[in-house]
Design a protein around this ligand. Sequence first.
Ligand code: FES
Length: 170
Amino acid sequence: MAAAGLLGAVATLASRRLLCAPPGAARGRAAVLGPARRFGASARAWRSSEDKVTVHFINRDGDKLTAEGKIGDSLLDVVVDSNLDIDGFGACEGTLACSTCHLIFEDQIFKKLDAVTDEEMDMLDLAYGLTETSRLGCQICLKKFMNNMTVRVPEAVADVRQSIDMSKNS
Ligand code: FES
C-alpha cells in the first residue's frame, strides 16, 4: 500500500517535471532520477549556480516569498520544492485541471513567455482575478531571463474541480 503510494507520487513528480524538459531530455525513470544519478559526478556541474533562477512571489497577504529553482523547472516545481506557504497552490499537481496556480507576471517578463496553449487558456478563463498578464504557474518553465522576477499570487483562488463538485451537489 505504502509502496503503491510512493510509486504514484514518483509518477506524478515525473509527469510534472516533463512539461519543462527540453527536447531530447531523459524521460521516464531517468527523468525521475535526475542527471546526477544518470551521469555520475560529472553531471554535478549541471547543477551549478548558473542554472539557478531566483523568483520572488508576492503572496495573498502581501508577504514576499523568495525561492530558487533550476532552469527548466516549472513555477509549480519551485513552490513545491521550496515548500512555499501559498494556500491551495497547485492543487491538481500540474495536470491543467484546477487553475490554483494562477500567477500574475510583470509586463516585461510576460511579453517574453512562451505562447499560451489552448488548454492553459481554457483553465485561465476560469481563474479568479484574471489580468492581462496572468498565466498558470504549472505551465511556465524557468529560463535565465526570469532571474529575480516577481510574480503576484492573486487575492482569490479558484479550484475548477471544486466548482464542478459543488455544482453536482446543488
Ligand atoms: S496546478 Fe492545476 S492548473 Fe496548474
